[in-house]
Ligand binder design. Structure first.
Ligand code: NAD
Length: 490
């Protein structure tokens, strides 16, 4: 099958190259990796992977580039990031096709969510580079916020372009230079992104792309003595390994990791609005979002009504070939994820949760591809595996409560603390619950996504914040210059 963007990348040699020091270059690594279309389970391409030597080359290039990039006028950085933002928007359809092919997002979702929200991080980074006060005067001192240095950026496959721009945008705005390792499972959008960086005219070495696997390239990027900071978005397992590898060289480590986010429906909530919105949020991107609210915590006296509305909402989802315009949901992104979701659905049944819809196996009529059945369990107990472990698939757990006190305890009964939702008509009561939930974000009554809202985890969901001004500050060091202002001689 001919896929225009892929044919072009192949004929330009991009699938066999890394982007280092402003050049497309053959890797020193010799491993190649098939890229599997999750809707057919067939390989559509093979890409070349780098190794630790390629990391050395990329870090050296980034170090050389740091001298000028870190000291240039931030407005110059804003101008380049602005050009990159414009190019991503101009090439939005190609990015959407690439993301849909590499991780199975329905094309409508790729166009309406994956690409535009990714572009937003670049827009915000552009504006911050232009407007942020990198130096302030205080108490007779100058407080200078300077770029931390060379950064290793490691990203996952679930929102592939979005996770890249959430790190590359602010790090470059801060004046850092970077080495990016995208997920080995979603290489196409990253290659297209590197092309856009090149076309935007960034100086050589400011941005480098090294494809590779976590245990190899990712580990080298985390331990490299000339890297100042490593930022990873991925599983808690990988986040721990990165922090361990980074510790001996005392790097700053930012971790955006797993989640098991609650959606607390208060007794006065408008269920006809809250439940379908909660199902949509929990199953968005086929449930493959770290902050997806997959635990719906509901008042026991309204359980039957919640169950009916949840099943109805799921029945409106269209699980189909991601290339079909009518699909709301494609397959999950890869075989490991498919196996994981099946295992967890079976665990839920075995533990005695009540299956309202979905279940194990593929949806009817889809015999091939990593398609899973959107599944809702009710009467879930907070100690069950399906209530505790991140599933990363379209599996919603309805957990009943008797008192609001108990609802808060259930919401917090997790090792994670990334996202949370609260639904209720009495805003004061909803705010009071929001204040007691231990997580980096709480959404009251489903507000729109806000690219300025700091995002990150409490507990084992990570350390640090991305997006907006807090996201920029992650990449800055603070220097106090005392005696900055000359004293009048006595
Ligand atoms: P993953 O942990 O397998 O991989 C994430 C990235 O880390 C990949 O680039 C991978 O190659 C790399 N990696 C793996 N082992 C490594 C190691 N030892 N050293 C360095 N790098 C290593 O995760 P995934 O399967 O790609 O993504 C799913 C996970 O990501 C879920 O747990 C999800 O919750 C999490 N996630 C979190 C956020 C967030 O912002 N908190 C966002 C999206 C996804």
């Amino acid at each position: 099958m001919s896929i225009p963007f892929l044919d072009r990348l192949r004929s330009a040699g991009r699938l066999d190259q890394l982007f280092i020091d402003g050049q497309w270059t053959a890797p020193r690594g010799t491993t190649r990796m098939p890229v599997v279309d999750p809707s057919t389970e067939e390989a559509v391409a093979e890409v070349a992977l780098g190794n630790a030597q390629d990391v050395d080359r990329a870090v050296a290039a980034a170090r050389r580039a740091f001298a000028d990039w870190s000291c240039c006028d931030p407005k110059e950085r804003a101008e380049k990031i602005g050009r990159l933002h414009a190019l991503v928007l101009e090439r939005a359809e190609t990015f959407a096709q690439a993301i849909s092919l590499e991780m199975g997002a329905a094309i409508a979702t790729a166009r309406s969510a994956q690409v535009p929200v990714a572009a937003e991080h670049l827009r915000v980074a552009r504006d911050l580079a232009r407007d942020y006060a990198f130096m302030v005067r205080r108490d007779g001192m100058a407080i200078v916020r300077e770029p931390i240095g060379v950064c290793s950026l490691i990203t996952p496959w679930n929102w592939p372009l979005y996770q890249i721009t959430a790190k590359v945008g602010p790090s470059l705005a801060a004046g850092c230079t970077v080495v990016l390792k995208p997920s080995e499972l979603s290489p196409f959008s990253a290659i297209l992104f590197a092309e856009a960086v090149q076309d935007a005219g960034f100086p050589d070495g400011v941005f480098n792309l090294v494809a590779g696997e976590g245990h190899d390239v990712g580990a080298a990027m985390s331990s490299h003595p000339d890297v100042d900071m490593v930022s990873i978005t991925g599983s808690t397992r990988a986040g721990i390994l990165v922090a361990q590898a980074a510790a001996p060289t005392v790097k700053r480590v930012a971790q955006e990791l797993g989640g098991k986010s609650p959606n607390v429906i208060l007794p006065d909530a408008d269920l006809a609005r809250a439940v379908p919105a909660g199902v949509a949020a929990g199953m968005r991107n086929v449930g493959q979002s770290c902050s997806a609210p997959t635990r719906m915590v509901v008042p026991r006296e309204r359980l039957a009504e919640v169950e009916r509305l949840a099943v109805e909402a799921v029945s409106r989802l269209v699980v189909a070939d991601p290339r079909s315009e009518s699909a709301t949901h494609g397959p999950v992104a890869n075989r490991a994820q498919f196996v994981r979701v099946q295992e967890m659905v079976e665990a839920g049944i075995a533990e005695g949760a009540r299956l309202l819809c979905g279940g194990s196996g593929r949806p009817d009529g889809l015999a091939r591809g990593f398609y899973v059945r959107p599944t809702v369990f009710s009467d879930v107990h907070t100690r069950m595996r399906i209530a505790q472990e991140e599933i990363f698939g379209p599996v919603l757990c309805i957990i009943p409560y008797d008192t609001v006190e108990e609802a808060v305890a259930i919401a917090n009964d997790t090792v994670y603390g990334l996202g949370a939702h609260v639904q209720g008509e009495d805003l004061g009561a909803a705010r009071a619950v929001a204040a007691r939930i231990r997580s980096g974000q709480v959404h009251i009554n489903n507000p729109a996504w806000n690219p300025h809202a700091p995002f990150g985890g409490y507990k084992r969901s990570g350390n640090g914040r991305e997006y907006g001004v807090e996201g920029l500050q992650e990449y800055l060091e603070t220097k106090a210059i005392l005696g900055y202002e000359a004293k009048e001689s006595a």
